[in-house]
Design a protein around this ligand. Structure first.
Ligand SMILES: [Zn+2]
Length: 444
């Protein structure tokens, strides 16, 4: 807390602002939704003119609830307050874009700070730290129904699979062998490569408790294979070279992100540890500048939230309605494109039969090609928005369904509204997610 205050004061110095007051509410009360007396005092001081600017450490943590943020924005407007600066983010609440970013972050924060979900989360963390089983879940292969004691026959299969995988056999090969021998998975059905992979990848079979994909503690149940073997298996499965064909991780924002420095599309480039990441890549066949990287998880959550937010807004529904009305059906564009293409073919025939010369051919092609390009563009535009049918407006239920949608479906919805997102360079030494780096460019 002291360091955060010092950082704020340094920022004030840099800006040439005089720091006259300090407001500190401890973190706990901010999370729990209890009153924050210092925050209230700060708003009072702003309103009464004791202070005419605000330096905060984290703008996206200043408000826990969307309505707090809205009240704050109203206050800024009323006071014509433009002097709001933050140490850890670059969101500018005085601009429309900045407010949009802040609202999206607010919505994300409200979700994660929701009291019940935090209580449940804390309970899960506690269980995990003590190596205890979590509440639900089906029986894992290799263990009895109590999920604690080892099932000797299945444990033998687990050890065999681990041995064979470490000897270089592929998951797919081991999987079909198990199925050929009639060895059933925990569900009683056949093994799939995914099930087998998940089992081998798990810390569980080495007696380790995982939480959110990370090994956090020795578990209360017995190990089937050694932790060393387990670590080697994970490292092998994580190897990006191996992953490219087999179980490529899925990247939601492929063809959406653009480098803010050179304008090239960013591509998936996981870290060596396997964490998802996007990069402006430089190298053979790649034209990027190689300077920009972006962690995938939070960026994906942010963009998805931004798109859902946009689809929910009444303004959006109005724009879309207007657009669809001014857009006659896709059929007409399809017909125009087909006609243009047929004409080009005829023309090529005529040239091939020497009915016309090269110069005539080239000259005649130009206007037809222009028509074709236009028709294709309009066609793309007209069909793009059809993916949104039934997904616009807060009552469409898209938000609830979003996580269950197939990746390509999510991408189609994103691409229907969002042309691209410009990604600004990260700031040195700043490791938290910084939404101000992402500038959405909307289509609709
Ligand atoms: Zn670049």
């Amino acid at each position: 807390m002291r360091r955060q205050l010092a950082d704020c004061e340094r920022l004030g110095e840099r800006r040439g602002w005089e720091v006259v007051e300090r407001y500190v509410d401890d973190d706990v009360s901010a999370w729990s939704g209890k009153a924050r007396p210092e925050y209230a005092r700060c708003l009072d001081d702003l309103a009464s003119g004791v202070i005419d600017g605000l330096l905060v450490y984290d703008l996206d943590r200043l408000h826990r609830q969307p309505r707090e943020l809205e009240a704050f924005i109203d206050l800024c407007d009323r006071l014509h307050l433009t002097n709001v600066a933050s140490v850890s983010g670059q969101i500018d609440l005085t601009t429309t874009d900045g407010r949009f970013q802040a609202r999206i972050l607010g919505a994300m924060a409200a979700k994660s700070s929701d009291d019940t979900s935090r209580r449940i989360q804390r309970k899960h963390e506690e269980l995990a730290e003590n190596g205890k089983l979590s509440g639900g879940g089906s029986r894992p292969y290799g263990y009895n129904a109590d999920r604690l004691t080892v099932n000797p026959a299945e444990a033998e299969v687990v050890r065999e699979c681990a041995r064979r995988f470490l000897a270089g056999e592929s998951i797919r090969a081991i999987c079909s062998d198990l199925n050929d021998r009639g060895i059933v998975a925990a569900s009683g059905g056949e093994w799939s490569p995914q099930t087998l992979r998940r089992m081998l990848y798990s810390g569980r079979i080495a007696g380790q408790r995982e939480h959110k994909g990370e090994i956090v503690a020795p578990a209360e149940w017995d190990a089937i294979i050694t932790t060393a073997a387990s670590a080697t298996i994970r490292a092998t499965l994580d190897d990006p070279a191996r992953r490219t064909n087999r179980s490529a991780r899925r990247y939601l924002l492929t063809r959406v992100l653009r480098c803010g420095l050179c304008g090239e599309p960013m591509v998936a480039r996981p870290r060596s540890g396997g964490q998802k990441r996007y990069a402006c890549a430089k190298g053979p066949g790649l034209s990027g500048c190689g300077h920009i990287y972006l962690g995938a998880d939070e960026a994906e959550a942010f963009v998805a939230e931004a798109v859902l937010y946009r689809l929910d807004s009444p303004e959006f529904a109005a724009i879309l309605n207007g657009q669809q009305r001014s857009q006659p059906d896709a059929e007409r564009y399809q017909r125009e494109a087909d006609e243009a293409q047929a004409q080009l073919a005829e023309l090529a025939d005529a040239y091939g039969n020497k009915a016309i010369g090269m110069a005539e051919w080239l000259a005649a092609r130009k206007p037809i090609e222009a028509r074709l390009t236009l028709a294709r563009k309009q066609l793309a535009k007209a069909t793009r928005t059809t993916v949104l049918d039934g997904n616009v407006g807060a009552d469409s239920g898209l938000r609830e369904r979003w996580q269950t949608l197939d990746l390509t479906r999510q991408q189609a919805i994103i691409k229907a509204v969002l042309d691209h997102v410009v990604v600004a360079p990260g700031r040195q030494g700043y490791n938290r997610f910084d939404a101000s780096r992402l500038q959405p460019v909307w289509r609709v």
